[in-house]
Design a protein around this ligand. Structure first.
Ligand SMILES: C[S@@+](CC[C@H](N)C(=O)[O-])C[C@H]1O[C@@H](n2cnc3c(N)ncnc32)[C@H](O)[C@@H]1O
Length: 214
């Protein structure tokens, strides 16, 4: 698209490794797609704007988005926890975090988010300033309430791929989960949300403090 080609002439990477990973990705069919650079920069900007310290990412992949978020929390003096259950790409992600110089800022958790997130919500509720949801799409509706619990009041939920059901070339089945998720999110008075046509759709939601939600 003409507009995207134009904006790509301006958007630069914060860490040289993400540029390399993006360049190499077009020749690989063994990894899942990364967030687009405009999405990555928007989330990084949100973290910087709000001075966000504690971030949770669901869906690390080979750590492309993790490096972007990690660079932002390094700036704010915060930390990032990222969860993924894919063992082979997890090894690559750990190597990429090391190469990006983000050890001590980013912690990777290898395991099933379907089990880990509810367990964390039971123990650590209200502990994250920002949660980035980019995991298996079937998990979006499933983990909805646990994510709400994990987010502190005044915290931000960023959800990728919220336009999947109207995006060409995306498996129709995945759009079904997203439709259920969007219906929940956009009718939920506990959040103030918007959706942007960035990448495959990005929802940004503020978890309202109790008074604001009444
Ligand atoms: C779209 S990819 C993440 C891409 C990454 N956020 C980026 O932009 O570079 C989705 C990831 O979710 C992970 N995933 C899917 N189901 C999962 C589950 N049940 N538990 C943990 N991770 C899961 C996949 O292994 C995959 O790496």
């Amino acid at each position: 698209m003409e507009q995207l080609s134009y904006l790509y002439t301006f958007l630069t990477h914060d860490n040289p490794l993400t540029e390399k990973l993006q360049r190499e990705a077009s020749g690989r069919d063994d990894i899942q797609p990364f967030v687009e650079i405009e999405t990555a920069r928007l989330i990084s900007l949100l973290i910087r704007l709000t001075g966000t310290k504690k971030v949770l990412e669901l869906g690390t992949g080979i750590a492309y988005s993790t490096i972007w978020l990690g660079e932002a929390v390094r700036e704010t003096g915060g930390s990032l926890l990222s969860i993924d259950n894919h063992v082979r790409t997890g090894v690559e992600a750990a190597e990429n975090i090391r190469s990006a110089g983000l050890i001590g800022v980013v912690e990777l958790i290898s395991g099933n988010a379907e089990e880990i997130v509810p367990a964390m919500a039971g123990e650590d509720s209200g502990s994250f300033d920002l949660i980035f949801q980019d995991c298996g799409k079937y998990l979006y509706p499933l983990l909805y309430e646990d994510i709400y619990l994990l987010l502190k009041p005044g915290g931000v939920l960023v959800t990728d791929d919220t336009l999947f059901s109207v995006t060409k070339g995306i498996r129709k089945g995945l759009g079904r989960y997203i439709d259920v998720y969007n219906a929940k999110l956009f009718s939920d008075p506990r959040y103030y949300s918007t959706m942007l046509p960035v990448g495959h759709g990005l929802a940004v939601s503020l978890k309202l403090r109790r008074k604001e939600a009444e």
